[in-house]
Design a protein around this ligand. Structure first.
Ligand code: GDP
Length: 434
């Protein structure tokens, strides 16, 4: 989906606006899993159009003495990684030198920019908004992030400026793999080991509305598109990058992929940022393969693959049906195996189970272990099917679907995964009224 980036200096109200857009749905997910994550990415929808939102300010929030270079970086990143930019300023403070700095960077760009003048809570602030025309970014949108007033008009404009979604002809699509992970996990080494000196790159496929991001790979019997992360193109810059930026850079690649190859540095373990990237892939319903890289450096006496694997599965619960492969780009251990598994995950994600077969396998299980009765009422599931959606979704029709709770849903998912191979693939299960 398309990406909208929110930029602006600290304390202008970027995160209030961001939270309004994503309606805190993500925050709820976080509290359940008990994992603290940077709240700077989420999905939103307006006028029936879905898009992703990145709050690029998440990282520098709260610091007043933010360096100019930091702001510059934030804006450059937003320009690189998004389709539309919302620049938030604060009517109470008027134009700040840093706003001018940001405006200068944005004026040079061809991407659509919308200037949101925030904290316009009452009519009499309206007069103060006009000075922002001096930033030279065209129309201004007075908003009050807190109450939401004015945000509708802004979003109408934002959504109208999003690029057309390119429909993919599903049948002939090649797998799209994104190699993601923290800085230094070994992503570039992995890609270099595969493509050598650019010898096996067949074509660059240019998107119609954005830069070329796909690189065709065809070698060793594999044929797929490698979804470029900004990191591959701007390697020099990535090296010094902070974690936050590396996660942000992953977002675009993840969104454009079918399967994410998540590289983890074995010498550092599976940590918060690895989890964040994993969560991004899962949230976007992408296939996932985890590579535990630099396995050559691990003393197998103190840490075995099984121990390492168990630790990762603990961290990624409840979605644990994910392949974990131990690799080394130095000894070239299991690099092709990793591709093979990624292709399998791609196929798993595309599979369609015929309805009759699905009913034949699932209904007897449900009959022998039905959802617990509620207030003496029996819950009956008589029919089920896979939906014709791009990612696997299953619906079970019941007389009282509202009484079916999460533990039962997990039970059904586990059984489904035992019977069918959805390894590496997030799936959705719904219970609906018959
Ligand atoms: P990226 O930031 O994820 O692209 O990581 P790089 O591919 O640049 O690798 C970071 C560092 O780790 C480099 O010094 C690599 O030589 C080293 N490295 C990458 N993969 C391996 C591996 O499998 N084993 C060992 N020993 N070193 C590795």
């Amino acid at each position: 989906s398309s990406i909208v980036a929110i930029v602006g200096r600290p304390n202008v109200g970027k995160s209030t606006f961001f939270n309004r857009l994503i309606q805190r749905r993500d925050a709820i997910v976080d509290s359940v899993s008990g994992v603290t994550r940077d709240r700077n990415y989420g999905k939103s929808e307006w006028n029936g159009r879905e898009f992703s939102v990145i709050d690029t300010g998440g990282y520098v929030k709260g610091s007043e003495d933010i360096f100019e270079s930091e702001i510059r970086r934030q804006v450059e990143l937003a320009i690189d990684e998004s389709d539309v930019i919302v620049f938030v300023v604060d009517v109470e403070e008027g134009i700040n030198p840093m706003d001018e700095e940001v405006a200068k960077l944005l004026r040079k760009e061809t991407k659509p920019v919308f200037l949101a003048v925030n904290k316009v809570d009452s009519g009499n602030r309206m007069d103060d908004t006009y000075e922002f025309y001096n930033l030279g970014l065209g129309e201004i949108f007075p908003i009050a992030g807190m109450s939401g007033s004015g945000t509708g008009d802004l979003l109408d404009a934002v959504v109208a400026a999003l690029p057309e979604e390119i429909e993919q002809t599903e049948e002939e699509e090649l797998p799209r793999f994104a190699v993601v992970g923290r800085p230094n996990a070994g992503k570039s080494s992995f890609i270099n080991a595969l493509i050598g000196e650019d010898r096996y790159i067949v074509t660059d496929i240019a998107g119609t509305t954005r830069d070329a991001i796909d690189t065709r790979f065809n070698q060793f019997g594999f044929d797929f598109n490698l979804v470029d992360t900004a990191g591959i193109r701007r390697k020099a810059k990535v090296k010094e990058d902070l974690e936050f930026y590396s996660v942000m850079r992953s977002i675009r690649a993840i969104e454009h992929s079918d399967v994410c190859i998540l590289m983890v540095d074995a010498t550092r373990g599976f940590e918060g940022q690895d989890q964040n990237i994993f969560w991004l892939a899962e949230k976007n319903r992408k296939g996932v393969v985890i590579l535990v890289n630099k396995w050559d450096l691990i003393d197998k006496e103190t840490m075995t693959a099984v121990q390492f694997e168990n630790k990762i599965r603990e961290e990624i619960a409840p979605f644990t049906d994910v392949p974990i492969i131990f690799t080394s780009t130095v000894t070239k251990q299991r690099l092709l195996k990793a591709l093979e598994v990624a292709v399998k995950v791609f196929e798993n994600r595309k599979q369609r189970i015929p309805t009759s077969k699905f009913n034949e396998t699932m209904l007897p299980i449900i009959e022998s272990t039905p959802p617990p009765a509620i207030k003496g009422k029996y819950i009956k599931i008589k029919y089920c099917m896979q939906l014709p959606t791009p990612t696997p979704q299953f619906v079970f029709f019941a007389n009282l679907p509202q009484y079916i709770k999460d533990p039962y849903k997990r039970f059904v998912e586990n059984k489904l995964r035992e019977i069918y191979d959805f390894e590496g693939v997030p799936i959705d299960i719904f219970f609906r009224q018959k």
